[in-house]
Design a protein around this ligand. Structure first.
Ligand SMILES: Nc1nc2c(c(=O)[nH]1)N[C@H]1C(S)=C(S)[C@@H](COP(=O)(O)OP(=O)(O)OC[C@H]3O[C@@H](n4cnc5c(=O)[nH]c(N)nc54)[C@H](O)[C@@H]3O)O[C@H]1N2
Ligand SMILES: Nc1nc2c(c(=O)[nH]1)N[C@H]1C(S)=C(S)[C@@H](COP(=O)(O)OP(=O)(O)OC[C@H]3O[C@@H](n4cnc5c(=O)[nH]c(N)nc54)[C@H](O)[C@@H]3O)O[C@H]1N2
Ligand code: SF4
Ligand SMILES: [Mo]
Length: 697
């Protein structure tokens, strides 16, 4: 098969946004071809999901026509009919119950343009405050901690390539060997050692050990105690008294004494009792941090998806600040953003509390600016709405949403306590799901809308390092399929807005987004299409006329006084701990071959074959005690539900902990177990700890 032409674009999945070329086949029967292209982040590498990403375009069960639910089941419908039903129901609900009866759920998978237009659609066309997105399940704790420490939230405030020169990288709760494999090339050079903090001996932890680094294996939900213990060791060992660190603390930070007062109570033996990490290992880790010629601390979801996720991220930031890392050349702190546009998705106003340019919806100046940009009175912009989990929980209650429009999430699989959430979705008078495949959530929809996929549309994405990238259209969507922007534009006009306010052309939306973001924290006003087309590296903030900001914090942090903040945090238990009835910790996460709810990757035969079913990783002794054998079937039971899973005995597991991936639906759905308890600051659910017991199936 010969490739007719190639389009340079980026992988549809994770925030690394590896650069690829997609080539169309010469014959209609041929398959599009994916090849990595030269790019500093992936340097010619891709993971298995990236290599096979074209197959998603040809998923045999792709949605190509709107589907309407009737008493007897769903039936295909025209766009006119489908949009007509959506608008008629929304109009009635708004009349009967007010604008907040209609809610919107967005996604970190959406391009910047879609995220922006979705937020505007909610506030301007629907006049609802009820809009939030799946990044609440993903980046919210890291974002909240970044904002409070640095006054800004850009996951990596430096380019990924900076990591290649590090002497030491601490990975707290991240498993990039499976979640961002090409990133490992930047972390495993001959001069770099890794410290991996994970309750499991992941492939990343194995890489750390083989490179002369460390694997610290705490119990789930105890990172905060560990980070406090490490800070205690650092101070009491005298490592923080070097002139450079003392000067940094004095000149560039505030709040050290208050933060230290909490850490002072976490002498290492106490931290060992809580975490299970040996004092000797803590000392070795701190010694490496002290001596490293260039050190970075990075957090992932393992540290963040907790009821204390924000405070835990703050504790890691405190440690980084104590060593003088953030904003010092060759050092740094960051969090690894997850979804393809997880970074841009949290900047342009699809969050309950946010307006474009990373502005606060409660800030009068921000409201006035955006009202001008949108050409509406400031008073017409609603106030803050409910966060994702609370929004879903409010369905079916007095004053809760009666209609929900979902763009880019598969909540029936990915939300905490997913079976309960599925029940909530069934109580809606109208569930609208825009997706390219019949995801588990789309199957519940009253109206399912078939939308284009990554290679069928253009737009911009902002990667984990804050770089704005061009997603380019390589082929036409199947007949009958619209883009999300076309859907939003059509709905808005049917709801009485002017078409010029809701353009369907991504470049027109980008032009508006740039103007709206001007002067905000996430200023994109200088991100013009010509420079993006030429692949000029543009990192936000990129004010008009500037070349952008690859590295933040070199001279000052984003707080008005230019200083970073230590935040005084203390350890507390997870919302649910093991007890006699449910004696084990369960934690959840990812495998290499599947992406998120699996709606996309379970449809790619090669990936499905590699990981066909739900499983639970268990220590062999724990399995034996529960009457289970390797390869057998287990029922995993929590207070919220049960999961059927294949047993994988793993000798390196902690005996008190089991692990399940959350990529599988139905009776294999890990989120049947998870606890929807929320972090008080970020409203992040506790995906990474709940209490379970195991039984033979
Ligand atoms: N293959 C694949 N890659 C992906 C994704 C995917 O679904 N599949 N999703 C993308 C997205 S959206 C995201 S957010 C990122 C997530 O990327 P990661 O954060 O790397 O992924 P997770 O597997 O969720 O969690 C990382 C590790 O945290 C560990 N962990 C569990 N509990 C704790 C704890 O209490 N403390 C600590 N320190 N560690 C703990 C788990 O054992 C796991 O190995 O991946 C992105 N890349
Ligand atoms: N137990 C447990 N649960 C978790 C996590 C965990 O670690 N453990 N991690 C959480 C995290 S970090 C995340 S990010 C969430 C992810 O949770 P979800 O966002 O629900 O997961 P996805 O499978 O990415 O779902 C995206 C859906 O949108 C569709 N889609 C993709 N791109 C577009 C687009 O451009 N437009 C439209 N309209 N649709 C699109 C896909 O086909 C898919 O059906 O899951 C969270 N849930
Ligand atoms: S690491 Fe992420 S962006 Fe790169 S190929 Fe894999 S899924 Fe795609
Ligand atoms: Mo995520």
């Amino acid at each position: 098969m010969s490739a007719a032409r190639g389009t340079p674009t980026h992988c549809p999945y994770c925030a690394l946004q590896c650069a690829i070329t997609i080539s169309l086949p010469a014959t209609p029967a041929g398959e599009p071809l994916i090849a990595p292209r030269d790019f500093p982040v992936n340097r010619g590498g891709l993971c298995q999901k990236g290599w096979t990403s074209a197959e998603l375009l040809r998923a045999p069960d792709r949605l190509t026509t709107p589907l309407l639910r009737e008493e007897t089941g769903t039936r295909p419908a025209t766009w006119d009919e489908a949009l007509g039903r959506v608008v008629a129901t929304i109009t009635r609900l708004r009349r009967e119950h007010g604008p907040d009866s209609v809610a919107v759920f967005g996604s970190g998978a959406l391009t910047n343009e879609k995220a922006y237009l979705l937020g505007k659609f909610a506030r301007v066309a629907l006049r609802t405050s009820q809009v939030d997105y799946n990044g609440r399940f993903c980046m919210s704790s890291a974002a909240a901690a970044g904002n409070r420490a640095f006054g800004i939230d850009r996951g990596l405030p430096f380019p990924v390539t900076d990591l290649g020169r590090a002497g030491l990288v601490v990975l707290a709760g991240a498993n990039p060997a499976e979640t961002m494999p090409p990133l490992m090339g930047h972390l495993t050079g001959p001069g770099t050692r890794l410290i991996v903090i994970d309750p499991r001996r992941t492939p990343t932890a194995v890489a750390a050990l083989s490179g002369g680094g460390l694997h610290l294996q705490p119990a789930p939900g105890t990172d905060l105690a560990l980070a406090l213990g490490l800070l205690h060791v650092a101070r009491t060992s005298g490592y923080l008294d070097t002139p450079a660190r003392a000067t940094y603390r004095r000149q560039r930070t505030a709040g050290w004494e208050q933060a230290w007062q909490r850490a002072a109570a976490w002498w290492p033996e106490r931290a060992e009792r809580v975490t299970g990490v040996a004092v000797a290992d803590m000392r070795a880790a701190v010694q490496l941090l002290h001596a490293a010629p260039g050190a970075y601390i990075l957090t992932g979801r393992g540290a963040e998806q907790h009821t204390k996720g924000t405070d835990t991220a703050s504790a890691w930031i405190n440690l980084a600040l104590a060593f003088g890392l953030p904003g010092t050349a060759g050092h740094g702190y960051g969090c690894l953003t997850g979804q393809g546009n997880g970074q841009g998705g949290r900047e342009h106003g699809q969050k309950a509390d946010q307006l474009p340019g990373y502005r606060s919806i409660a800030d009068p100046a921000a409201r006035a600016h955006i009202a001008r940009a949108w050409g509406i009175p400031e008073a017409d912009i609603p106030g803050p709405g409910r966060s994702a989990t609370e929004l879903l929980e409010a369905i079916g209650t007095e004053g809760g949403p009666k209609a929900l429009l979902v763009f880019g999430a598969n909540l029936a699989v990915s939300a905490p306590r997913a079976r309960h959430v599925t029940g909530k979705l069934r109580q809606l008078e109208l569930l609208v799901v825009a997706d390219s495949v019949p995801s588990e959530t789309a199957r519940l929809a009253d109206v399912a809308l078939p939308v284009a996929q990554w290679a069928e549309e253009s737009g911009t994405m902002t990667s984990l390092e804050g770089r704005i990238l061009r997603r380019r259209r390589a082929l036409s969507p199947p007949d009958g399929v619209w883009t999300d922007l076309e859907v939003l534009s059509a709905l808005a006009t049917r709801l009485g807005r002017d078409r010029a306010e809701f353009p369907a052309d991504p470049d027109a939306v980008l032009a508006e987004l740039r103007a709206a973001s001007r002067g905000g924290l996430a200023d994109y006003s200088g991100a013009d299409t010509a420079r993006l087309d030429d692949e000029v590296p543009l990192y936000w903030p990129v004010p008009a006329g500037s070349d952008g900001t690859p590295r933040l914090f070199g001279r000052r942090f984003a707080h008005p006084d230019g200083r970073a903040r230590f935040v005084a945090v203390d350890h507390r238990d997870a919302a649910e701990l093991p007890d006699r009835e449910f004696p084990l910790f369960a934690t959840t996460g990812r495998v290499l071959q599947h992406y998120q709810s699996g709606a996309q990757t379970r449809r790619v035969p090669e990936l499905h074959r590699a990981q066909p079913e739900a499983f639970v990783e268990v220590h062999p002794d724990t399995a034996r005690r529960a009457g289970l054998a390797d390869g057998g079937r287990a029922t995993v039971i929590s207070r919220r539900g049960t999961v059927a899973a294949r047993v994988r005995c793993v000798a390196t597991m902690r005996c008190d902990t089991v692990f399940l991936p959350f990529h599988f639906p139905g009776d294999g759905s890990a989120n049947a177990l998870t606890n929807p308890a929320l972090d008080p600051v970020s409203r992040m659910p506790e995906f990474k700890v709940c209490a379970v017991r195991l039984e033979p199936a």
